[in-house]
Design a protein around this ligand. Structure first.
Ligand code: KIV
Length: 282
């Protein structure tokens, strides 16, 4: 049985911390499903982490569904959240509903996430009214990087902080089951977390949030391009991959790999017949 949105809400009520990680493929999702993590987000960060784009903007619905299906196939316990990509929920409510439904119906996700606050509240309410749980995402919203002029901490001035507070309240009122706070000063995230009843899930938003989310590539050290300030590297898997790859290259070139142990045998009589037929005796 997968974690439900009711269980996730109850964790806030009990004061238990909620955990979420991103995942984009079957094998990693399967490993993470056994860690006890409550939610796996198939984030549009896959554009950078998996596909090598400079931002999340080129990511399409087809990209997202392809990876969501893989993560769902790899998991039994985690609640899988599909991240709605750029411009798939802005053009009309009908488009937003259709695309959100695809994550659930085709992708097999249990909920969707979208970026924005008051500006997307109506869309959130309509998706929720169709029975699809929605996670909000405010603060640094990477799909608006051009409008925000880059990846920067949000909500530092009184006006910007008030706007984020209003966004969080609007998402709660629209029926969002939780809200990601990205790159928000920790004291502001603390206030928002106290103000709303739905769980806040922080990334670069301090320890007072009801839960935390991290990008898996940052956590395990496989994303070589840059490590954000808010990320903690728990392993250096990139170094392990490099060492394993280099050992393989060296062993193949030296004739050390493969050995008999990694090879298959065949019937001696079949081999003898084949040798004779092709003049390859000896
Ligand atoms: O796409 C993503 O990985 C995200 C997280 C950073 C919350 O939106």
């Amino acid at each position: 049985m997968r974690f439900t949105i009711a269980q996730i809400r109850e964790m806030k009520e009990r004061g238990e911390k909620i955990t979420m990680l991103t995942a984009y493929d079957y094998s990693t999702a399967k490993v993470l499903d056994d860690t006890g993590v409550q939610m796996l987000l198939v984030g549009d960060s896959l554009g950078m982490v998996m596909l090598g784009y400079e931002s999340t903007i080129p990511v399409t619905m087809d990209d997202m569904l392809h990876h969501t299906k893989a993560v769902v196939r790899g998991t039994k316990k985690a609640h899988v959240v599909g991240d709605m990509p750029f411009m798939t929920y802005h053009t009309s409510v009908a488009d937003a509903l259709r695309n959100a439904a695809r994550f659930i119906q085709e992708g097999g996700a249990q909920s969707v996430k979208l970026e924005g606050g008051e500006n997307v509240a109506e869309v959130v309410a309509r998706i929720v009214s169709c029975g699809i749980p929605v996670m909000g995402h405010i603060g640094l919203t990477p799909q608006s990087m051009n409008q925000l002029s880059g990846f920067k901490v949000q909500g530092k001035s009184l006006e910007a902080a008030e706007r984020l507070m209003k966004d969080a309240i609007a998402l709660e009122q629209a029926g969002a089951f939780s809200i990601v706070l990205e790159a928000v000063p920790a004291p502001l995230a603390t206030l928002i977390t106290k103000k709303v009843k739905v769980p806040t899930i922080g990334i670069g938003a301090g320890a007072a949030c009801d839960g935390q989310v991290q990008v898996i590539g940052d956590l395990i050290g496989v994303f070589p391009d840059f490590v954000p300030k808010h990320a903690k590297q728990y392993a250096r898997v990139g170094d392990l991959i490099k060492a394993a790859g280099a050992s393989y290259v060296a062993e193949v070139q030296a004739g050390i790999f493969p050995t008999k142990k990694e090879s298959y045998t065949m019937d001696e009589s079949v081999l003898a017949e084949l040798k004779q037929a092709h003049g390859l005796e000896g």
